[in-house]
Design a protein around this ligand. Sequence first.
Ligand code: NIG
Ligand code: FE
Length: 410
Amino acid sequence: MAVAIITNIKLLVNTRQDSRLLRGKELAELPCIENAYLVIEDGVIADYGSMAAAPKFSDNPIDATGQFVLPCWCDSHTHLVFAASREEEFVDKIKGLNYAEIAARGGGILNSAKKLNETSESELLRMAMMRLNETMQLGTGAIEIKSGYGLSVEGELKMLRVIKKLKELSPIPVKATFLGAHTYPVAYKENHQGYIELIINEMLPVIANEELADYIDVFCETGFFSPEETETICKAGMSYGLKPKIHANQLNLSGGVQTGVKLGAVSVDHLETMDEETVMKLASSSTIGTLLPTAAFFLRMPFQPARQLIDAGCAVALASDFNPGSSPSGNMNLVVAMSCIQMKMLPEEAVNAATINGAYAMELQDELGSITIGKKANLIFTKPVPSLAYLPYSFGSNMIDKVMIGGEFN
Ligand code: NIG
Ligand code: FE
């Protein structure tokens, strides 16, 4: 049996034996142990506690004096598989072009779709693996990845097959989401019903047959998919066992949150544009609100109303939205920092939202998201830091010393 013992941990963060989805005030409660030890057996957390009550260790322990140990980030919303970056659009936006003008120049999601359809499965896999490794070095220990840059039967299946390969190759858990309804492809610009039928009749049966997805997603937004269309597509996915995780209320009060709650979605994600009624609707549901602050930041949009959501009693998670158009970064440390700096989340709330609640948003709560006996030893070891709040406070500095995945240093 492979055993790793870590001693003298300055702060062991998010220790909880009875993990549950945290909502409202519970998010501010972050159980920690000062001057702690941690025992890992065969990649799984076997024991932990205070050094004062530590058993006699025979093996050579790893000394973590001055360091914090946290569960890895659980990034529950990414579009990590894509063919090319889009920094030319970024510069066009700096120069003052708006969304419509960028789209008219062939930009946006359709730009990514064109390039993805021209790129081989092996090349997409190679690039996605590199990005995945980068996010792991930044402390991500579980990740959800969406399709949605194919927008054709072959393109969507190609993306999902890449994600399936990533599941096999990746040392961290990967969840796959089918987002065929990301936008309407050019050929179906005037034939929305035709594209929805393509999703339901041509894509979903193959996806179900090859077990290519865990979830179904729709970009429920004015000018994209209406609440009715979202419901139709999600219900078709649900008939194959895919639970909904919906892009909702990013640009408008789109009705996406209401649709997600009605369908019992695992999560509704984005939520830049909320009103009181929508916040209360989410708060009274079991659906998680996943906030993506780096997307709001990159698009120069108002940040998600995290305080209002938490104070109303919502279950909130944080994720990176890593994608080439609205969040070309999978750095969860920055997501956590931004949620504190711009959205006034307490450091404790942000850590909970990015770990245990992120795990719930991928239904990985029994494996990851907290320091719990029996969970995977996917752990962040920080450099010496004075306090938990120092992590988001020192935004932009890399405070990670090393990352452990399955009991092994990465
Ligand atoms: O989550 N909002 C929709 N989809 C992505 C961005 C897509 C893109 O611009 O490539 C998002 O932000
Ligand atoms: Fe997204």
